[in-house]
Unconditional design. Structure first.
Length: 284
């Protein structure tokens, strides 16, 4: 391991450390929550395979051309993700509070940016936004979710020109593009530097930015490096999801592209971090 790798590993060990978490309040519920999480993982993975092998092929036969198929398929995925969120609530492991639920459904051709505290954040956002596209890690296109991702979403392993062309085409149809500017999950300690990719895409596609803050209780068990069988120490997960003031791209298009991307990225972070501080007294 190089010196830089050792430094990064040490930094990550601190940023995602969970030694300061409270003791488990209810051991029986903790065990139940861990087993419920395992069941939900299996259910989600199985559902993804069924979508790719059964639902999408039938939908492709019935809906033409490709653009209409993708719109219909994204709507199906959104409905199923809302069902999945309802299932988590019904099982008593998660509670969702979403004051602007109806407004999320009316978004059109926006770059949706959010902090990323847990692995189900994209499920929540796609569940709330029926016409949602997403930029996802290239590695997921080789996972059990590949059959869904390759047909509907944009992978970040593409070259920028190819990726931005797909983004333009997607946004031109009224679809909203979900991006997590941190590029990884939000750490439990400290903050991630926001990457400029979301801002560059917003500038190059001339689309306004819709910031979202995902708050609530600590997401231990769903964060980066958390044990597979771990669960929240203080009971069920609480998700408070807020639609924040929109950022107009027109305010940044008068600057040089690099300056505009830097200023827009800083503004995204300022809006999301400001909400985190005001709502949860938390730094993100």
């Amino acid at each position: 391991m190089t010196d830089n790798e050792e430094t990064n590993a040490g930094t990550d060990a601190y940023r995602y450390d969970h030694s300061d978490l409270p003791r488990v309040k209810n051991r029986l519920f903790y065990i139940y929550g861990s087993l419920a999480k395992l069941f939900l993982y299996l259910f989600f993975g199985t559902g993804s395979v069924v979508l790719a092998v059964v639902v999408f092929p039938v939908l492709k036969i019935c809906v033409h051309p490709k653009e209409k198929f993708q719109k219909a398929a994204r709507s199906v995925v959104s409905h199923l993700f809302r069902f999945f969120m309802g299932m988590m609530s019904f099982m008593g492991v998660t509670r969702f509070s979403i004051p602007d639920r109806r407004e999320f459904r009316n978004l059109k051709s926006k770059i949706v940016v959010a902090n990323h505290p847990s692995m189900i954040d994209v499920v929540c956002l796609i569940g709330l936004i029926p016409n949602a596209d997403c930029i996802v890690r290239g590695s997921l296109a080789k996972s059990v979710y590949a059959g869904v991702i390759r047909q509907l979403y944009i992978v970040n392993s593409l070259g920028y020109e190819e990726m931005i062309d797909l983004c333009r085409k997607s946004l031109a149809t009224g679809t909203n593009l979900i991006i997590f500017p941190e590029g990884t999950r939000t750490p439990r300690h400290g903050i991630n530097q926001y990457k400029k990719g979301a801002a560059r895409i917003a500038i190059d596609t001339h689309c306004d930015v819709q910031p979202v803050y995902i708050g609530g209780t600590d997401k231990y068990g769903l964060g980066k490096y958390d044990s597979f069988f771990s669960y929240s120490r203080s009971g069920k997960y609480h998700y408070n999801i807020f639609k924040l003031p929109e950022i107009s791209i027109a305010d940044y298009e008068r600057f040089e592209p690099q300056i505009a991307a830097k200023r827009l990225t800083d503004k995204m972070h300022e809006v999301i971090a400001g909400s985190a501080k005001a709502v949860d007294a938390r730094e993100v």
